[in-house]
Design a binder for this molecule. Structure first.
Ligand SMILES: O=C(O)[C@@H](CO)OP(=O)(O)O
Length: 250
């Protein structure tokens, strides 16, 4: 049996990436550069003959718009779409809206990195009345309180993303489809951690660049990657951009 191909795509640069602010579930748009990155991602898909049959996105506009710009560039805007909050960026709790450089200076390197990249230490929860809270956001109105986060660590993200991975994405792969997942730095880190079997410690050093498709061919029995870490369609640009993500705040 042959499995379909998985393509992971982090949204292009967002307005808050450009301003160096913690974003999480705040629904900011792409910058002009982010739009260009998304189109370039779609061109890379077309150049590699990697044409998606179905797309899964989060419910945040930076991922939705990235998927549309990329699919338009690949002439695949017509394919079926599924969206889920389970692919959202990690909820950044009380850090949402805070500047990364200022946070680093105020709390120091160790605390900053614990909040930003540790597997199981979430930032402090956001208050419901905070201007950057999603407590009253209608798109999450159907979620019961215990599922609606006020903060998340990467472990929490993996916990809420895995049901979607097995219930929605894996069935598409088993049907032989080329599956595009347009999502976020930390929701994609959670999925990559799972499929590549990366340890809780090692995942801290893994960063995903914006707008560059990451291809995974998975073994049909184990669902493990044939090539560990997958293959970026533009590896040189991906390495440079991932290093820039790692250095945010400095
Ligand atoms: O702010 C965020 O939501 C994320 C992604 O942009 O940032 P970080 O890479 O610091 O986890």
């Amino acid at each position: 049996m042959t499995l379909g191909t998985l393509v992971l795509l982090r949204h292009g640069e967002s307005e808050w990436n450009a301003k160096n602010l913690f974003t999480g579930w705040v629904d900011v748009d792409l910058t002009a550069q982010g739009e260009a990155e998304a189109r370039r991602g779609g061109e890379l898909l077309r150049e590699h003959g990697l044409l998606p049959d179905v797309v899964h996105t989060s419910v945040l506009r930076r991922a939705i718009r990235t998927s549309q710009l990329a699919l338009d560039a690949a002439d695949r805007l017509w394919i079926p779409v599924r969206r889920s909050w389970r692919l959202n960026e990690r909820h950044y709790g009380a850090l949402q809206g805070k500047n990364k450089k200022q946070t680093l200076e105020e709390y120091g390197e160790e605390q900053f990195m614990l909040w930003r990249r540790s597997y199981d230490t979430p930032p402090p929860p956001i208050a419901d009345g905070d201007e950057f809270s999603q407590a009253d956001d209608p798109r999450y109105a159907a979620l019961p309180p215990e599922l609606k986060p006020r903060t998340e660590c990467l472990k929490d993200v993996l916990g809420r993303a895995l049901p979607y991975w097995y219930d929605a994405i894996v069935p598409d792969l088993l049907a032989g489809r080329t599956v595009l997942v347009a999502a976020h730095g930390n929701s994609l880190r959670a999925i990559v951690k799972h499929i590549d079997g990366i340890s809780d410690e090692a995942i801290a050093a893994l960063n995903i660049p914006t707008g560059i498709p990451l291809r995974y061919d998975l073994d049909p029995v184990t669902l493990r990657p044939v090539t560990a870490g997958g293959q970026y369609l533009d590896p040189a640009a991906a390495a440079e951009a991932a290093a820039a993500v790692a250095n945010q705040g400095r």
